[in-house]
Design a binder for this molecule. Structure first.
Ligand SMILES: [Mg+2]
Length: 251
């Protein structure tokens, strides 16, 4: 019997393919403002956006600054003028919540993994996304119904990796009568700076989901990895069954 009795899932990049939704939303929003979007702009936007999220994790910018700042920065860099940034932001956020793609092979997707775990361990969502966007995506994708609880940082008032965020989750889970202790939970996420760091800071075991070689893409990852070492690592979500010591039934 594994020591873990509950999984705390990250959403973007772990259960749902965020890059896919982002690409869709950006394409549509650029159509609205009558601008062509290139692969280069999309890539650059992703970098700018990641940068803002890292700064949010460090408490250097507020959520409101992030939500508009990433677009303002992008438009400035590419000399795109005359855009109503507030309207752009709203449309983008709305579109992000309307499309989703599960992580991994459609024949064995994140949804299949969560379904197979349903009723065997308690499952919760831990996410830093925007509340309405995340709730829409979770409901549309069917993931919401498989969860025992959903924790969204915007509602809690402090983001991952802050200890306060995770303490809030632990307390809520304890109070729900689930009878779970901190060390029986397992955070599963793709981000070293938010999921893994947060788990280490708050004393919750962690499993780093690493579908691709991030060390090659991001030089700072090695530093983070030294500072905040995950308890487990997986490259496929299905490997979680071995860590949980649960026999997987094919549904
Ligand atoms: Mg993530």
């Amino acid at each position: 019997m594994s020591r873990y009795r509950s999984v705390l899932w990250d959403v973007d990049g772990t259960l749902l393919d965020f890059v896919y939704s982002q690409r869709y939303a950006m394409n549509r929003c650029f159509q609205t403002i009558g601008q062509d979007i290139t692969e280069e702009i999309l890539q650059r936007y992703q970098e700018i956006n990641d940068g803002y999220w890292k700064r949010l994790e460090l408490g250097e910018v507020t959520k409101a600054e992030l939500l508009t700042g990433r677009f303002t920065t992008l438009f400035e860099e590419y000399g795109i003028t005359g855009v109503d940034v507030e309207a752009f932001r709203e449309e983008y956020q709305d579109l992000l919540g309307r499309v989703y793609r599960y992580m991994e092979d459609p024949a064995d997707s994140s949804l299949d993994v969560c379904r197979a775990l349903h009723g065997k361990v308690r499952q919760y969502i831990i996410t830093n996304g925007v509340t309405s966007t995340q709730e829409n995506k979770l409901r549309l994708s069917g993931l919401y119904d498989l969860m025992d609880g959903v924790f969204i940082s915007e509602r809690i008032g402090t983001p991952k990796p802050q200890k306060e965020f995770f303490d809030h989750c632990v307390k809520a889970i304890e109070e729900s009568g689930a009878g779970l202790r901190r060390e029986e939970l397992l955070i599963v996420g793709d981000s070293l700076t938010s999921d893994i760091k947060g788990g280490v800071l708050s004393g919750i075991p962690t499993c780093w989901y690493r579908p691709e070689d991030i060390f090659e893409k991001d030089a700072s990852a090695a530093v983070q990895y030294e500072l905040y070492r995950p308890d487990h690592e997986i490259s496929r979500l299905g490997q979680i069954f071995d860590i949980l010591e649960i026999q997987r039934e094919r549904l």
